[in-house]
Design a protein around this ligand. Sequence first.
Ligand code: PGA
Length: 249
Amino acid sequence: MQRPVFAANWKMHHGPSDARAFLRSFLAHYARRPDRQVIFFPPAVSLAAVVDGLRERQDIQVGVQNIHWEDKGAYTGETSAGMARDAGADLALVGHSERRHVFGETDEQTAAKVAAAVRAGLVPMLCVGEKLEERERGETESVVLRQLRAGIAKVEPHAVAGMLFAYEPVWAIGTGRNATPDDAAAIHGVIRRELLSILGEKAKAVPILYGGSVNRGNAQALLQAADVGGLLVGGASLDSEGWSTIVRT
Ligand code: PGA
């Protein structure tokens, strides 16, 4: 049994001052625990503040919410994986549904970002998930498999074995409508079987997180579902006391 992963995706919340205040309060509530992995994905401008706030807490990791697929160049407003690594990030979130559906990112761009992260020494957390209309058309499995296969197409299997994955049904994100533990287990099983076919036994150790309206009331039941190795949490990770309760689930 792998230790569960608890990842906070702050989205466009918590600038540097709020991030520092959050960590002061969170660290007072969350003592080091070797039986779980905690990750923060702050906005890029707060990365340095979070890395600094966690310098005494090497047990907690930090990631960026987005990277560009090129290593450098004329891409105004963008952040490269290498720069994020240099600023102290360990991981990069790639293929989040808001990147795909609000910013129009394609499977091809997602794959290129996964490859850029790996080149720079960042661990990618690849997000996949179907939209409501896709679920209603019975396409959940095919959409998730398409996004998964495309997302890892540009990296070698040994890199895939070091990645993290997150299943986030789009209809459950920020809506208060979470998937049931059975829904999550079914799709996590699909992802696990696909990873097993690529990686063999090593796939068993790859964390697959569930995300979408996770809160302190449903965290435990979701974590107990088969093949759910952690939680990727947006809204409920924004308040330090609530988040510290979730990571102690
Ligand atoms: P939510 O967001 O917990 O607010 O639904 C999850 C996510 O988008 O990662």
